[in-house]
Design a binder for this molecule. Structure first.
Ligand code: LLP
Length: 437
């Protein structure tokens, strides 16, 4: 997929770069990002919305992979940016991302974070709860500013990847419930707060979703709410944000639709529901994270050891693991891999790919079909662009890998590999512990 292919030497090549060369140049483990594929995904979203004729913003959910180089690409591709912490906001600001296109999410934004975002003049706060509503209004007032807000509502549509529960109230830490009247009260409250400008509402139904039905249901619920609010409170929403969650293909089990089909389903649902009610068509915003970067990422490892337990299982161990990709351990997520330096060798054995962390659960792929792996081989694990670097840790004091972006035969470091000095960089031995005993 993307620009990945097997070259004449039988090596995996991404973005015109031979992965065996990348391993030599940058070391392993290494996150490789196919820049052309990221840009292609961004364009698929933007072009699908253009085709709808609606006003829109495609906000890249930077939680999936927040680094300055990604912010630069998002800016160039006319995306907006969803941030959820001061760290993600700082990354965007340092990258020079246009502040008006930054949206700030989260269910517990601290006063410091809100002040930082107000000082930066970001485009929109997605307000999650009543405490935040009052806090944001007060802090904006202190600065003599008016903050644009979307209210996050819980639409009572929950996506379980393959089925949807449409109930009244959902047990969620996020948002104002539509079903129990709290969303209604939140609109009334916002309308009365003088330092807030209500743009509309936001809903997000889940992640790694394949079907369009959940998005259509959410669009219908939000439209119904908008119509009620307009007739009873005389408040009109200018923006409807339907969140992210568009699925990607990690393994053959996953069958996502092309981006264009999700966007068509969403924009059609909005058009139908709002036009039927004679409601001025709102702007539509979405927040894809995983589907923007997930399949553009590949992690390259070196196989260091193996252990054969006859009749039970063969392990091969790589020089990374749950520290650079915690998703298999956390969610039992599935991945596919190839031996990058013999990418067209025939499949010969089924092995379990283990990481190097000191715990048994550190397995990246259980029952991975590979050619006979040899020590020193390079293993490429696909679809690691989203929620991998973003969720990486220093468990066992393992250094985070470097990130390189590849395109047209060129490779460039976007994040340097951590050094051992980075590992101890924030450590301090309190003076009293240094005194001779
Ligand atoms: N908008 C909101 C409000 C969200 O909470 C999320 C994801 C997104 C957008 C982007 O969703 P996406 O398009 O990436 O599915 N760590 C988990 C995923 C957590 C998703 C959290 N929210 C994983 O590795 O699967």
């Amino acid at each position: 997929h993307g620009t990945s292919k097997i070259n004449a030497q039988g090596h995996l090549e991404i973005g015109g770069c031979d992965t065996t060369d990348l391993a030599k140049q940058y070391g392993t483990p290494l996150y490789i990002v196919d820049e052309a594929l990221v840009r292609q995904r961004a364009r698929e979203y933007v072009e699908s919305f253009r085709a709808s004729g609606l006003k829109f913003q495609v906000a890249y959910a930077s939680k999936a992979f927040s680094v300055m180089a990604m912010c630069a690409i998002a800016e160039q591709e006319d995306l907006s940016l969803d941030v959820v912490s001061d760290g993600e906001l700082y990354t965007a600001l340092k990258a020079g991302f246009p502040v008006q296109r930054i949206h700030f999410h989260g269910n517990n934004k601290t006063p410091d974070e809100i002040n930082m975002a107000l000082d930066a003049n970001i485009g929109c706060f997605v307000v999650d709860n009543f405490v935040e509503l009052q806090l944001l209004n007060a802090l904006a007032g202190d600065k003599g500013k008016k903050a644009n807000v979307l209210l996050r509502v819980t639409p009572g549509v929950e996506a379980h990847t393959h089925d949807y529960i449409s109930t009244g109230q959902q047990d969620s830490k996020f948002g104002f419930d539509l079903a129990n009247g709290s969303a209604y009260r939140a609109i009334q409250e916002t309308d009365a707060l003088t330092n807030l400008e209500l743009l509309g509402v936001h809903s997000h139904i889940g992640s790694q979703i394949f079907e369009v039905e959940g998005f259509q249901m959410a669009a219908a619920k939000v439209a119904e709410f908008a119509v009620q609010i307009r007739s009873e409170l005389d408040v009109t929403f200018r923006v409807i944000n339907l969140g992210g969650g568009f699925g990607i293909r990690y393994t053959a089990e996953d069958k996502p639709l092309p981006v264009a089909q999700y966007i068509k389903a969403i924009t059609d649902a909005i058009k139908t529901n709002f036009s039927e009610a004679n409601y001025p068509l709102p702007e539509i915003w979405v927040e894809p994270g995983r589907s923007m970067v997930g399949d553009a990422g590949t992690t390259l490892y070196t196989i260091g050891t193996s252990k054969d337990i006859p009749g039970v299982r063969k392990y091969i161990a790589v020089d990374g693991g749950m520290t650079d990709n915690p998703r298999p351990a956390l969610y039992e997520s599935k991945y596919e891999a190839v031996i990058a330096n013999r990418a067209n060798a025939p499949i010969e054995e089924t092995v379990t790919v283990a990481g190097k962390c000191c715990e048994s659960g550190d397995k990246l792929i259980i029952d991975c079909e590979l050619p006979k792996a040899e020590i020193g081989d390079l293993l490429a694990v696909f679809c690691t662009g989203a929620y991998n670097y973003a969720m990486a840790s220093n468990y066992n004091r393992i250094r985070r890998p470097a990130v390189v972006f590849v395109k047209d035969g060129q490779s460039d470091v976007a994040v340097k590999r951590e050094s051992l000095d980075d590992i101890v960089g924030n450590d301090v031995i309190p003076a009293r512990m240094k005194q001779a005993s």
